[in-house]
Design a protein around this ligand. Structure first.
Ligand code: SF4
Length: 287
């Protein structure tokens, strides 16, 4: 399955825009309960106004809140960014550290965000267990564990360390494009033959093809062995990969744990849907 994912998503990557480790840290904090697309709309203004840790440390709270408002939960995120900038200035000469142990002690940065930063800004392999990753590895039977840290360690035992970061990207890409929480496109999934949860989603190929999202849809459908008609239709009907931004109705902790979705039944033929809401990805739906 890992090899199939590599063939399906050769260009899988972090979908947050950034140029420096600090920019990635800020973008990842903003991505909690928000789509990457929305974050990427906000960060050019943010990065121009706050180019370094000292700028965040000395930020006018009201001004920073106004910039972050479109991402939701902007008060918590403002607190995290000011706290992050302050901690970096006080403890790390304004530079973001490059170890997990140091990163997770910084305001607004939990283990998941730290792994995003390590893997994408420092080339240190890391497994990012967000809601997509958690859901998919359970559907595939790679683990029955539900705690994100335990999942991270369990999958780390299965996959060579050098592949951890790309594995994370590929799994998350597949979760966003094909293996959705509510309506997985089983009948149009390139992993259907090897997936023990085939059948938790739509199995009728044409219906399933319409559920495949993103510009990669034609490529993904070809890998799933679907004919030209499905590919053509998918090419015209494919939707963006991200759900609408979550409503900022409440302020969550900056780092929100992934929710669990247990493995589905083995190879049923109906269109049974797994329970559980489609969670806005708190990791930068990156993931
Ligand atoms: S077959 Fe269905 S459950 Fe399995 S990976 Fe594909 S979409 Fe997900």
């Amino acid at each position: 399955m890992n090899r199939s994912l590599a063939e399906a998503y050769p260009d899988a990557h972090c979908e947050l825009d950034f140029r420096t480790p600090l920019e990635l840290a800020a973008a990842t904090i903003l991505s909690a309960q928000c789509t990457d697309r929305r974050v990427n709309e906000v960060t050019p203004t943010l990065f121009a106004a706050y180019p370094d840790a000292a700028a965040y440390a000395g930020a006018d709270r009201a001004e920073l809140e106004e910039i972050l408002r479109p991402t939701g939960f902007f008060r918590n995120k403002t607190t995290s960014l000011i706290g992050l900038g302050t901690a970096l200035v006080e403890r790390f000469d304004g530079e973001l550290p490059s170890t997990l142990a140091e990163l997770v002690r910084l305001p607004g940065i939990g283990r998941k965000t730290a792994n995003v930063i390590l893997g994408n800004a420092f080339d240190v392999p890391g497994i990012t267990v967000d809601t997509h990753f958690s859901r998919l590895v359970q559907r595939w039977g790679w683990t029955t564990l539900t705690d994100p840290v335990k999942i991270e360690h369990a999958i780390g035992e299965l996959i060579p360390r050098r592949e951890w970061t790309m594995l994370s990207h590929r799994v998350i890409f597949h979760g966003r494009r094909v293996c959705h929480s509510r309506r997985p496109a089983c009948g149009a999934c390139l992993l259907a033959r090897s997936c023990p949860s085939f059948g938790v989603g739509t199995v009728e190929p044409e219906q399933a093809a319409r559920l495949v999202k993103g510009v990669e849809a034609p490529h993904l459908l070809r890998l799933a062995g679907l004919g030209d008609a499905s590919v053509e239709e998918a090419a015209t009907s494919a939707k963006p990969v991200e759900p609408a931004a979550a409503s900022p109705a409440r302020e969550p902790a900056a780092e929100t744990p992934a929710t669990d979705s247990g493995p589905g039944p083995a190879r049923t033929t109906g269109t049974g849907e797994p329970t559980g809401a489609e969670d806005p990805d708190p990791t930068g739906d990156q993931r």
